[in-house]
Design a protein around this ligand. Structure first.
Ligand code: CUA
Length: 325
């Protein structure tokens, strides 16, 4: 850990420089105007102070002046808007090939799982030079996954998934904080992200006791709950579903992402797929843990690349391979 005094955390992710540039721009503009206003107040206050024998002048209006102090701030705020929007979009859209880490938060710890199945608590090992996407949910209250060195912070909310992504550009150990007050031990809900060279990371993964990969565990669950008796027959097939736009009975469409699949498992009647009126699917609310939900989603997602021989070997018809999102 870097123990020197740093006013700013290291710029350890690909996006950190972008965030900082924007931040410094905002600080510079703010400082400039603060200074300008301060100086003008003092200067004009002195220059036009009331003096004995001098009558107050009539105020003259100036179109030029009005236009200047309207147009300049307008341009500056539009730069802030466009620049901010760009950085926001970059921060919000994980690359399609990102490695997915499942994150479940609870009072007061971070539970993390790698696609290979390796589980960690409060420490996340990642390879450098590879985009990492976090799919996060909470077992209890709202937490927030904050890695200052990566300039990423995202609330982690019960009952739904939020995502965050980053790509570490240098090796190192970086602070992980919970950035949302979540109870007594909020301040102890801290950890570390350990960024390693890809080869080192592979060696680490290989040398760690691994749980079953989420997609494989999800496949098992899928058959344990007999989901296959309906899906692919009187219920929509799930192969190739992930990331696809789905037509619903009410005529609207929805993208089958993590949150949609989660909702469809827990509350099947909420968004019924067109052509399947009077859905008979029971709710699995209260029957599945957050881990199991993520596993089922990982399994359904894996059906998209089943032909590339990943982990899924369902009895379901193989999908025509398509890129999700
Ligand atoms: Cu979890 Cu604060």
């Amino acid at each position: 850990m870097n123990r020197e005094f740093n006013l700013f955390p290291q710029q350890a992710s690909t996006i950190a420089g972008e965030v900082d540039s924007l931040y410094f721009f905002l600080v510079a503009v703010t400082a400039l105007f603060t200074l300008l206003i301060f100086v003008m107040i003092v200067y004009l206050g002195l220059k036009y102070r009331r003096r004995p024998g001098v009558k107050p002048q009539k105020v003259k209006t100036s179109m030029k002046l009005e236009l200047t102090w309207t147009i300049i701030p307008f341009v500056i705020t539009m730069v802030m808007f466009a620049w901010g929007a760009k950085v926001y979009v970059d921060l919000e859209r994980p690359p399609a090939d990102a490695m997915v880490i499942n994150v479940i938060s609870k009072q007061w710890m971070w539970k993390l799982q790698h696609p290979e199945g390796v589980r960690e608590i409060n420490t996340l090992h990642i390879p450098t030079g590879r985009p990492i996407k976090l799919v996060m949910t909470s077992q209890d209250v709202i937490h927030s996954f904050y890695v200052p060195a990566f300039r990423t912070k995202q609330d982690v909310v019960p009952g739904r998934y939020t995502t965050s992504w980053f790509e570490a550009k240098q090796q190192g150990r970086f602070h992980l904080f919970c950035a949302e007050y979540c109870g007594t031990d909020h301040s102890k809900m801290i950890g570390e992200v350990v960024a390693m060279e890809p080869s080192e990371y592979q060696a680490w993964i290989a040398g760690t006791v691994s749980d079953v990969p989420p997609a494989v565990a999800g496949e098992k669950l899928f058959y344990n709950y007999n989901c296959q008796t309906c899906h692919g027959q009187r219920a929509p097939t799930l192969a190739g579903l992930y990331g696809k736009r789905v037509q619903l009975t009410d005529g609207s469409t929805v993208v089958a992402d993590d949150n949609y699949i989660r909702e469809s498992i827990l509350n099947p009647a909420a968004k019924v797929v067109a052509g399947y009126p009077g859905s008979l699917m029971p709710t699995y609310q209260g029957q599945l843990t957050e881990d199991q939900l993520l596993e089922l989603i990982a399994y359904i997602k894996s059906l998209n690349n089943a032909s590339s021989g990943d982990s899924a070997s369902g009895t379901m018809p193989l999908p025509t391979t398509r890129e999700g999102r």
